[in-house]
Design a protein around this ligand. Structure first.
Ligand code: GAR
Length: 201
């Protein structure tokens, strides 16, 4: 069985989409471990609801990013995942993690990278009057929201669309794109040479 570990920091709606896709066999794999760096993340409750193993590794307990990553690696090595999915995990990883799981860590980010790495992407789209917005799934490297792009989903920004409306629409396409890409990893049908590009209404 294809083993998935999911790292979260907050609400975990993308985690829920992955759990759902595994339950429905849309993903031929299982989520064996959920790790949150934030003890208050709602995603932890989702792990409990579905009786999935979880660990809280509070980054505030570590002096350096490397120390935190060493704790992550130690925990992850126990379950030896085929894929580590960052689903709203708001930490930059160091080579300690990246080398340990080379080409096995992916992240979902709410923008059409390389546009708008970092936070407040929806705000930036509205403030700049962009006509397009979207999500990106990419391999993780040491650069914030850097790393080779695997898939992008695009929407057109509606006239007068509010921040909340935009955010909701982006979340909705994340919940389609992330399970789709993870299922392709599990089925070994992913072709990382060619970016998957989907347009949504
Ligand atoms: C998602 O929109 C995800 O793309 C974003 O955090 C949100 C988490 O939502 N990730 C990043 O910004 C990473 N740079 P969720 O906790 O409900 O899945």
């Amino acid at each position: 069985m294809f083993k998935i570990a999911v790292l979260i920091s907050g609400n975990g709606s993308n985690l829920e989409a992955l759990i759902d896709a595994c339950k429905k066999n849309v993903i031929n794999g299982s989520i064996d471990m959920i790790i949150s760096n934030n003890p208050d993340a709602y995603g932890i409750q989702r792990a409990k609801n579905h009786s999935i193993d979880y660990k809280i590794i509070d980054n505030n307990r570590f002096e350096t990013r490397e120390d935190f990553d060493r704790a992550l690696v130690e925990e992850l090595e126990d379950c030896n995942p085929d894929l580590v999915v960052l689903a709203g995990f708001m930490r930059i990883l160091t080579p300690v993690m990246i080398e340990a799981f080379k080409n096995r860590i992916i992240n979902i980010h709410p923008s059409l990278l390389p546009k708008y790495p970092g936070l407040d992407t929806h705000n930036a789209v509205i403030e700049n009057g962009d006509l397009k917005h979207g999500v990106t799934i990419h391999f993780v490297n040491e650069v914030l929201d850097g790393g080779q792009i695997i898939a992008q989903g695009e929407i057109s920004v509606n006239a007068d669309e509010t921040l909340e409306e935009l955010k909701t629409r982006i979340h909705a396409i994340e919940h389609v794109m992330l399970p789709m890409v993870v299922s392709m990893f599990a089925d070994e049908t992913i072709n990382t040479e060619k970016v998957i590009y989907e347009k949504f209404k």
